[in-house]
Write a protein that binds this ligand. Structure first.
Ligand SMILES: Cc1cc2nc3c(=O)[nH]c(=O)nc-3n(C[C@H](O)[C@H](O)[C@H](O)COP(=O)(O)OP(=O)(O)OC[C@H]3O[C@@H](n4cnc5c(N)ncnc54)[C@H](O)[C@@H]3O)c2cc1C
Length: 463
């Protein structure tokens, strides 16, 4: 699907800055078709997690209604780098990612649409032998899970990364890792869910829920109430706010990532590569999605202060990749109500799509890193740049969990910068959880209560 863009030139960088605004085929849906009176499951959020969950549930014959306040994949799921990687993940989520990769392998055929999924491998590049030794520490995890991860250097590395005069000490490489096109994947899954009978409604926020006898009885949307015994909150960066309004604490903060897309250029690699200063992925259109390898901005809000203790381990581990700033976001968060009336517009209707501007200085750093590490494509113009608000949990691992005291309510969030690749696998697991078919071992590591029951918070790797 080609998206129309509205090019503007950034006064600071001279690079094009494009607002990722496009309408989609569901935009007017709620206005023209009445909502279903009831559904077996209501899903909040049309990102990769929500649409994957809808897809699996609907295929198994459950009636599903998914509500997206803006447009399908308008937030993280349409703004990410498009990496579908196992490499470097925490052993806690790696089995789920391996299952997810198996879904990706069959999805394009199953959905009858090319999601741009290719297994072109992922590379973590090391400038020095010390950095290579550090990367190698993940090899035992790969071995324990039967992955094809190996260390490459010299001519072996040259076979998967065109050298172009750049000398790397070596790289960690997983040939089975993949990539896919974020702008296609969630929409295709949403269409697949619709074909299986799900109702996908965009431009329609869920304001809250109705309860009866301590359990979920309905979802209150801006266009009416849908009676349901089960609600999955897959609201991405909005999950903390939504759950907070129900009295459920979800420790969640956000960081801003800046991303650029180049015009088509020579092929220098088939998959994706990362080092601390650049992250680059070959795109289906022959260009590259490029970002800084470790420069994210966290705008301090009252939630930062509230959850500081829980996020401290992740911040320490982050090696300075997250910068802190205080400004407008703080006051905006202070002005956002934490509870609201369900018969008036909610905060979700006030901001249909979280569309932050990319940081000009980071875009400049990306251009400089391209010149240094990928000279053969360094002059390829940026044809689009964007910001993406990444939501994270304290241990950088997902939350896929029922909630104590509110039967029928499930939280699916905290994918912490690597939820695109794991999305289909997570959707399958969430569907099983809702149906009561998930194994206890499969979900216990992802329970929400781990942040409150005294369990130590041990952050997994962020990249
Ligand atoms: C810059 C960037 C790079 C990334 N790179 C990668 C990568 O290479 N590989 C990878 O695996 N992951 C990557 N990620 C992470 C990945 O994109 C996310 O983890 C994943 O998309 C999360 O999906 P989601 O469905 O949980 O959230 P989202 O995609 O954010 O979707 C949540 C949706 O819920 C909607 N919503 C919220 N509240 C309501 C409400 N009350 N009513 C109705 N709708 C609501 C929102 O509008 C939103 O569309 C990256 C993320 C970013 C931003």
């Amino acid at each position: 699907m080609q998206e129309p863009v509205e090019p503007q030139t950034s006064a600071l960088t001279g690079e094009p800055q494009v607002s990722r605004s496009r309408t989609d085929e569901w935009a007017l849906d709620a206005a023209v078709r009445p909502l279903p009176a009831s559904a077996d499951v209501v899903i909040i959020g049309g990102g990769i997690i929500g649409v994957s969950t809808a897809y699996f549930l609907a295929r198994e014959g459950l009636s599903v209604a998914l509500f997206e306040k803006g447009r399908i994949a308008g937030e993280q799921s349409g703004r990410n780098w498009g990496w579908v990687r196992q490499q470097g993940r925490s052993p806690v989520e790696l089995p789920l990612m391996i299952r997810s990769l198996a879904f990706w392998q069959g999805l394009s055929a199953e959905l009858g649409e090319d999601l741009g999924f290719r297994q072109g491998g992922s590379l973590y590049l090391a400038e020095t032998s010390a950095a290579l030794d550090e990367l190698s520490q993940w090899l035992p995890v790969a071995k324990a899970h039967g992955l094809d991860t190996r260390i490459l250097s010299g001519s072996a590395l040259d076979q998967v990364l065109r050298p172009d005069g750049v000398r790397w000490a070596g790289a960690m490489y997983t040939a089975s890792d993949g990539r896919a096109e974020p702008n296609r994947a969630s929409a295709a899954l949403a269409r697949g869910a619709e074909r299986a009978g799900a109702r996908i409604v965009s431009s329609c926020a869920v304001r809250g829920i109705e309860r009866a006898g301590g359990r979920v009885a309905g979802a209150v949307t801006e266009h009416g109430v849908v009676a349901t015994p089960a609600v999955v909150c897959a609201g991405g960066a909005w999950t903390r706010l939504f759950c907070g309004s129900l009295g459920i604490t979800v420790p969640q903060l956000t960081v801003l990532g800046s991303v650029a897309r180049t015009a088509a250029a020579d092929q220098v690699l088939e998959g994706e590569a990362w080092c601390p200063s650049i992250a680059i992925r070959r795109r289906a259109d022959g260009g590259y999605t490029v970002a800084h390898g470790g420069s994210f901005l966290h705008s301090i809000t009252p939630a930062t202060i509230r959850f500081a203790g829980k996020f401290l381990p992740a911040l320490r581990q982050g090696d300075g990749s997250t910068r802190l700033a205080i400004g407008r976001e703080f006051f905006r968060a202070v002005m956002t109500p934490s509870r609201w009336s369900l018969d008036a517009p909610s905060p979700f209707e006030h901001q249909r799509v979280l569309d932050p501007a990319p940081e000009p200085r980071v875009l400049g750093q990306i251009r400089a890193a391209l010149q240094r590490w990928f000279p053969a494509i360094a002059s390829a113009p940026f044809v689009e740049t964007w910001g993406g608000m990444i939501e994270t949990s304290p241990d950088v691992l997902p939350v896929i969990s029922p909630v104590d005291g509110l039967d029928g309510f499930y939280v699916a969030t905290g994918f912490s910068g690597h939820g695109f690749g794991i999305g289909p696998g997570a959707g399958r697991l969430i569907a099983d959880l809702v149906k009561g078919a998930a194994g206890a071992d499969d979900v216990s590591a992802f329970r929400l209560s781990r942040f409150f029951d005294g369990s130590p918070i041990r952050p997994g790797p962020a990249i």
